[in-house]
Design a binder for this molecule. Sequence first.
Ligand code: NDP
Length: 466
Amino acid sequence: MTKPYDLVVIGAGSGGVAASRRAAAHGARVLIAEADRVGGTCVIRGCVPKKLMMYAAGYAQMLQEAAGYGWTGVSGRFEMSRWADAKALEIDRLEGIYRKMLTDSGVELATGHAKLLSPGVVDISGREVQTQRVLIASGGTPVHDAFPGLELAMSSNEILNLRDLPNSMLVIGGGYIAVEFASILAGLGVNITLAYRDTHPLRGFDVGLRTRLATALAERGITLAPGVGLIALERGAAGFELTRADGSVLTADAVLNATGRRPNTAGLGLTEAGVELDAYGAIAVNADSRSSAAGIWAIGDVTNRVNLTPVAIAEGRAFSDTEFSTRPVRVDHRLIASAVFTDPTIASVGLSEADALKLGPVDVYESDFRPMKTAFTGSNQRSYMKLVVDGLSERVLGVHMIGADAPEIVQSLAVALTCGATKRDFDRTIAVHPTAAEEFVLMREPVRRHVLPAATATPTATATAL
Ligand code: NDP
């Protein structure tokens, strides 16, 4: 019998690839199994092609703006098939880089479906391998069962492979994927109706961002259909028909179902190996990504902690450092920045105003302005920034922005929050001028001061939340 591997990783997405390379760098003998393309959701059918589509859509506005800056004869027509061809080449290139990174790291890649036969034995499409450890990094997949008929709709997977654009599209859901594709496809000229059951899109984000996103999307011509439950989707003579709880029916030529994603756990032999799932169907893990079964760990979306690529990568590397080096690492899930690639973009790190208020007194600073670049062309687009500050310690608890370059700006400010920056630290930071980001260090007076009863106002409670 051949020598067992130190580690078999199931799933060559961002998390699995990062974990396997880090383990190999520590000297482990590693095999990674992948049934589909190397790169996973983010590279092949998620973040990367989505952002390339967002860039494509952005040119529509840039062409308009150019006229305001004195350019003449600037016009054009978007051809989806040309974008699709270029995108396919780019994804092939990136997949090649991922494969090369694995090879260069000494990680063995096995193509095929992996299934646990027991904690130390994995079957990869008929090949049985022995291993000391298994890391499950199988990701997630779109759900189609929120209500009847959703199986008729496209998911983000199919949208990213379109070669022609429909005239009209219903986008179902109000989460990341729904608002991003509603915004992108509207930018490419599709007539979008965005249907979600809450009053505002992006449940969980700061309300200042949620309300302004709705306004901005509506101003860009997207029809918003908020605040009503969604009952059923059918295909009728006039196209797709979405029936809502108030009896109204929304119609369009095509439909995107963006009602969430679920962990990929089917067919992995988890029950046989003694791996417990939580109520959501995700692999239950502890702070070190260890599952209930000895020798089996899980990271990324299959664990449904914070379903973001950089989190999966951090979890994967932490696992490998802990298991294969002398310096154990644990991921801190409390302060994770995230961005929504709508137009305008959104980014946040830390607590929303509403969440901070549950912990103690809060000072809120805001800036709402027309950015120089678009104001020059007569546009009414606005940028909005908010700082949520602990009313006692002055520690900045949350940074929120909607507007051009929000993800780039908030990424940098996330470092300051990780370091525990206070409002005074922001105040003594000299601005970079002229930028939009400088507004974050120029907010002088709070627009609101929430003072809570002394009994609930403990700086410790707020500090430990972060
Ligand atoms: P989300 O969980 O973000 O959103 C799901 C949406 O579907 C919510 O608006 C939810 O409404 C709605 N929904 C669910 N069930 C029903 C129902 N029965 N009827 C009506 N509406 C329903 O999932 P996404 O698919 O948008 O994204 C999946 C994950 O992928 C996200 O959690 C995110 O972590 C990640 N992602 C991150 C991106 C980024 O970082 N930019 C981009 C894309 C994805 P309600 O809020 O009312 O429950």
